[in-house]
Write a protein that binds this ligand. Structure first.
Ligand code: FCB
Length: 449
């Protein structure tokens, strides 16, 4: 008996900048990831997404693979700067997604579209980026524009992917585009991403099919360790988003912990109501748990404005502790128990909110063997254990609606460039050739079963 309920969506996920390539084609304008990756020293080996997996040209072949895998759903993202380069509607850009959506539907695969997977149009960054309030308004316009064209066909809309990364890796630690290191700007960015989510959610509901589902995807940190350290990181990494998005507003302890960095005056009357626009499903990305310790500094030292090198603003006294292995190629510990715990925690704290695992997977040092195949036993074990962990959460009462493997294809892994392979399908970058890994065949069987 399968523990997965009727209607459970078996999927795989990708993101525009990581797979599309065609960076300068058909009217696309640069995003912050084009600028960042073309800046020396920002990505491993100077890798860029200029060509990536060439999905922009190979999308039909990729949809055929999805159909062969037996996917129920495909989670992809839309490139804002392809659709609205320099703020002007670009029909050729939208047509690409329109064709993709039609092909998915024809193959019986539900399109799950993310509007923002980190690729802010460069002109909007030049005008202030996410720390500027205006960006949220531009995002709502973009959402409405896309919704008008694809709104009759998209199954689930996701406003943002992992706004924590956009705000804190982009503007606090600066390891992601646009590469700024300014803790106060990062907190303002987090608020404007929240606001953008709420405004876009509202705008989409006005134009898309009534049957469409509305969601956001968060990389909730599953925290273990000393209670005070857990509380502080939970505030600035998780509750800064779940608080306002799920109707509770910004938590008081978050405002207190970050008071030395900002006075939060960028939050205006009515914003929290806008951000709390109803969600049909909450997307959860999970890779591994996080272990934190108090370093023993006196409480009075908390809250000082630390250097901007850490993405965990207001957590200068928290130590991020080493965890036992095994580890993936990212150096992330493999621990599926964290997934069950995280889902149960969310279910307890937000009982009425259906959940969906929108990313889960692992990078390993895959090689094409002499027999022409990729024998990625470690990825199969990872996926098997995490699916069992998801099943465990369902058995314990969690309303889980789907599971999306990250990723359909090997792709551009942000600052790591092409050095980390997460795909079910191997990509030979010089030729673009796709080869199913053993994990793809395994996932195909799992979906059948
Ligand atoms: C997530 C991102 C996704 C991918 C995986 C490995 O944080 O959403 O694009 O890079 O990590």
């Amino acid at each position: 008996m399968t523990p997965f309920p009727e209607g459970f969506l078996w999927g795989a996920a990708t993101a525009a900048y990581q797979i599309e390539g065609a960076a300068d084609e058909d009217g696309r304008a640069p995003s912050i990831w084009d600028t960042f990756s073309r800046t020396p020293g920002r990505t491993r080996d100077g890798d860029t997404g200029d060509v990536a997996t060439d999905h922009y040209h190979r999308w039909a072949e990729d949809v055929a693979s999805m159909a062969a895998l037996g996917l129920d759903a495909y989670r992809f993202s839309i490139s804002w700067s392809r659709v609205l380069p320099d703020g002007r509607p670009n029909r050729a850009g939208l047509d690409f997604y329109s064709r993709l959506v039609d092909a998915l539907l024809e193959a019986g695969i539900a399109p799950v579209a993310t509007l923002y997977h980190w690729d802010l149009p460069q002109d909007l960054e030049d005008a202030g980026g996410w720390p500027a309030r205006d960006t949220a308004f531009r995002f709502a316009e973009y959402a409405e524009h896309v919704g008008q064209v694809l709104g009759d066909r998209v199954h689930t809309w996701t406003t943002l992917n992992e706004p924590w990364c956009s705000a804190f890796l982009g503007y606090a630690s600066g390891v992601h585009a646009p590469g700024r290191a300014d803790a106060a700007a990062a907190l303002a960015a987090a608020h404007h991403l929240n606001l953008a989510h709420g405004m876009a959610n509202g705008a989409l509901r006005g134009v898309v099919a009534a049957s469409a589902r509305h969601s956001v995807t968060l990389n909730l940190h599953h925290l273990r360790g000393d209670a005070e350290a857990v509380r502080r990181v939970d505030a600035v990494a998780n509750r800064i988003f779940t608080g306002p998005m799920l109707g509770g507003g910004y938590p008081a302890d978050l405002l207190a912990d970050t008071a030395a960095v900002t006075d939060w005056s960028f939050v205006r009357g009515g914003d929290e109501t806008t951000i709390a626009a109803p969600l049909d499903v909450l997307g959860v990305n999970y890779y591994s748990p996080t272990l934190v310790r108090d370093d023993g500094a006196p409480a009075a030292a908390h809250g000082h404005a630390e250097g901007a090198a850490t993405p965990f603003v207001g957590c200068a006294d928290v130590v991020f502790a080493e965890q036992p292995g095994p580890y993936t190629e990212m150096g992330w510990p493999v621990d599926a128990t964290g997934l069950t715990e995280l889902l149960l925690l969310l279910h307890r704290e937000h009982p009425g909110v259906p959940l969906m695992i929108t990313e889960n997977g692992a990078a390993f040092a895959d090689e094409v063997a002499p027999d022409g195949r990729v024998h990625d036993e470690d990825r199969i074990a990872y996926l098997r254990d995490h699916l069992a962990a998801a099943a465990g959460a369902i058995a314990a009462g969690v309303d889980l609606r789907g599971y999306f493997a990250w990723s359909l294809l090997d792709n551009f892994e942000w600052s790591h460039g092409y050095s980390k392979r997460f795909g079910l399908i191997h990509v030979d970058y010089p030729t673009g050739r796709r080869t199913w890994k053993d994990s793809a065949s395994w996932y195909q069987e799992a979906i059948k079963g």
